[in-house]
Ligand binder design. Structure first.
Ligand code: BGC
Length: 704
């Protein structure tokens, strides 16, 4: 098909949220079709069907499948779109962002809390719920593939897209990504792991080159992708804008083919970030689809590469077959596209639950929270984020189905208390209002976004001043933080409580009120360390982050000492450590016991202990297992690395016995000589605690 024919093939219908249309492919199976189109035989495997189809395609049709478009047009709303090839029965392939709900610039869909919020639940079921409901909505809107989850490691808290990822730990990120992919794909929608890999900054994001040592590349940055590929079998991976050690992310045989496809067994297809293909040879190195089409997949460019021997038709066949296999596997050829209104209430309820489970209670002096109907009779609320639904931008910029505000929801939930509101720009007036009230709640927020790194972790000066003024006037001052990443809290000692709601999405108001009043007990934990001040973090030189010159060459010289691995190794005390989070109840962990105190290299370790709710409210806690690997052969190892965790719900007084299994992979380090993960023999420290800096129990285990 020529480029001009390709244009005319675009287009089916433009559909709104309330439109109910059944798109029945004109190429449904029939006996005649089965003989003329053998790839429509559903008794064949997806691989067999794709192979048959590729063998029936001419070169132009194959080249057509190497790219998509982002043009808006009279077709199903999409972020990325591969037009159909009707003469072969290849249907349209509709793709949308994203990591926090369906974002295609047109449809409304549930605006979920930012991924950093739901990762902070430390509950894979919550990440799975987001995936499942977002997947169902994608199906309802005619989307076949979602560009999410995103889970690049938060290498530096200034990273602009930290809100859109899962934090600083590879094991936690891989676990959450696995659950999210499984949820999404259980709705029949292709999940896309993004952005593969070392896409850890926004400065010069299209052209930067991450210079990363091999061990850190595997242990920190590739590991969560490896986990999600092996455990959840995603249909797609999005290769990153940035280069990795001098080779473009979408042209990188090492990351895309040697590891992703060959070592990990990825059987999906690779799509570019928008746009991230630099050479027609990318299709040799492991790229399947350029999105949107720029120049490397234009028919003349591909034909020239073939002529010059830079690419072979075999390469093209292989790439097209991989893409088509995924389309067959997910039923895109066989199903009738049933576009229908999304279930707004189901989405909103899920969004609220996710926001509640991910919120982190950071301080609660003298049980200032939860608010009580008896004592909170006059509440003074301040700050602009009390009045809008905070959610992320860029690929998370979903058009919500509805929104609430914390101010309205607090007012409703207060059972007739007097609730006043002011923006807080006039500090003297704010102090007067705070003084008159029995409770003051200050909402603060900051800007985190795609395409720009944060200049500082400080809030805007007027927000810090507002908190100081209000706290000086009212000892019962509660700060509600809406942030997409760590912030500094110079006022922490002067306020009674801090509730971090992150970016809670469209139902964040209801979630905030439910948590403030204790209808829901906070149980989220930080997946990213909160530094005390600017600069107290790994990768803290200009050479490291964002890299010189102008962010073009970030040097990952901190190696594996990323996030809490760096704080612990360097005796740096942060404002709040990784894994930290309070509750309205209290918990006690029993002494951990090991089933076996030694074992072979490939043996999992089972750690058993009791957890008791020692307080008066039902709630959840997250016991965390960290390991300290033996330091041998001059290989520097972080003193503690997360190797297991479990979210446990308990009634007051209840005790549960918990067993956490630490898989051998969590004991392994990347051996650059052997080119693989290796478990060293020796003594391993196994810590149990409620955050990385609070691990009172330690047992040892010997690998023989
Ligand atoms: C972002 C991706 C996103 C794509 C499509 C790019 O700029 O980096 O995360 O999926 O745009 O919107």
């Amino acid at each position: 098909m020529s480029t001009s024919q390709k244009k005319t093939a675009r287009g089916l219908f433009t559909l709104g949220i309330a439109t109910v249309i059944a798109l029945t492919p004109s190429f449904t199976s029939s006996a005649a079709e089965a003989s003329s189109r053998p790839w429509m035989n559903t008794s064949l495997s997806p691989e067999q069907r794709a192979a048959k189809l590729v063998s029936a395609m001419d070169l132009s049709q194959k080249i057509h499948m190497l790219s998509g478009t982002k043009l808006t047009g009279p077709h199903t709303p999409a972020t990325g779109y591969i037009p159909p090839i009707p003469e072969l029965g290849i249907p349209e392939f509709v793709q949308s962002d994203g990591p926090a709900g369906v974002r295609n610039g047109k449809n409304h869909a549930t605006k979920f809390p930012a991924p950093l919020t739901y990762a902070s639940s430390w509950d894979p079921a919550i990440a799975g719920l987001e995936g499942r409901v977002a997947g169902e909505e994608a199906r309802a809107l005619g989307t076949d593939q979602l560009y999410g989850p995103g889970f690049n490691i938060a290498r530096n808290p200034l990273g602009g897209r930290g809100f859109e990822y899962y934090g600083e730990d590879p094991y936690l990120s891989g676990t959450m990504a696995t659950a999210n992919v499984k949820g999404m794909q259980s709705a029949g929608v292709i999940a896309t792991l993004k952005h593969y890999v070392t896409n850890n900054q926004e400065t010069s994001r299209l052209i930067s080159n991450s210079e990363v040592p091999e061990r850190a590349l595997h242990e920190i940055y590739m590991k969560p992708f490896e986990m999600a590929v092996e455990q959840a079998h995603p249909g797609s991976v999005m290769c990153s804008y940035n280069s990795i050690n001098g080779t473009h992310g979408c042209s990188n045989y090492y990351t895309l083919t040697k590891y992703l496809r060959h070592a990990w067994g990825f059987n999906g297809y690779v799509v570019t970030d928008f746009p991230a293909s630099w050479s027609t040879e990318d299709y040799k190195n492991g790229l399947n689809v350029e999105m949107p089409q720029t120049f490397t997949s234009l028919e003349p460019a591909v034909r020239l590469a073939l002529k010059q021997g830079r690419l072979s038709e075999k390469d093209i066949d292989a790439r097209v077959q991989e893409t088509l296999t995924v389309m067959f596997r997910f039923g895109i050829f066989d199903r009738t596209k049933n576009i229908h209104p999304i279930n707004v209430d189901r989405g909103d309820t899920a969004a609220q639950k996710i926001a509640e489970q991910g919120a982190v209670l950071l301080k609660n002096q003298n049980a200032a929270l939860p608010l009580s109907d008896k004592t909170a009779r006059h509440i003074a609320v301040f700050g602009d984020s009390a009045k809008f639904a905070v959610g992320g931008g860029g690929s998370s910029n979903v058009k919500p189905t509805k929104t609430d505000t914390a101010l309205d929801e607090i007012t409703k939930r207060s059972h007739g208390a007097k609730v006043t509101y002011s923006l807080g720009t006039d500090l003297q007036k704010a102090a007067r209002e705070a003084k008159k009230a029995d409770t003051a709640i200050v909402f603060v927020t900051n800007l985190t976004m795609e395409a720009a790194d944060r200049p500082t972790i400080k809030l805007l000066p007027h927000q810090n001043k507002l908190i100081e003024k209000v706290a000086a006037a009212n000892k019962n001052t509660i700060v509600v933080v809406n942030t997409g990443g760590p912030i500094a809290m110079p006022w922490l000692n002067n306020v009674a409580a801090v509730l971090n709601m992150w970016q809670p999405g469209q139902a964040g108001g209801k979630a905030t009120a439910a948590l403030l009043y204790g209808d829901v007990n906070p149980s989220g934990h930080l997946t990213q360390t909160f530094p005390q001040e600017d600069g107290q973090w790994p990768a803290n030189t200009r050479e490291q982050f964002p890299g010189k010159p102008l962010g073009l060459k970030p040097i990952y010289s901190e190696g594996v000492f990323v996030g809490y691995r760096w704080y612990v190794a360097n005796n740096q005390i942060p404002l709040f450590p990784f894994g930290y989070g309070l509750s309205y109840t209290t918990f006690a962990y029993g002494t951990p016991r090991l089933y076996k105190t030694s074992g072979a290299k490939n043996a999992p370790i089972k750690v058993t202990f009791t957890v008791t709710n020692t307080g008066k409210r039902a709630g959840a806690t997250v016991p965390q297992i960290y390991i300290g690997k033996p330091s041998q052969q001059g290989i520097p190892v972080p003193p503690k690395e997360l190797a297991g965790f479990r979210k446990i719900y308990l009634c007051p007084g209840e005790t549960k016995t918990v067993t956490i299994t630490v898989e051998p992979r969590q004991l392994a380090y990347w051996n650059t000589q052997a080119d693989r993960f290796v478990v060293m023999p020796g003594l391993y420290r196994i810590y149990l605690g409620s955050n990385v800096n609070n691990t009172p129990s330690m047992v040892t285990y010997t690998v023989r």
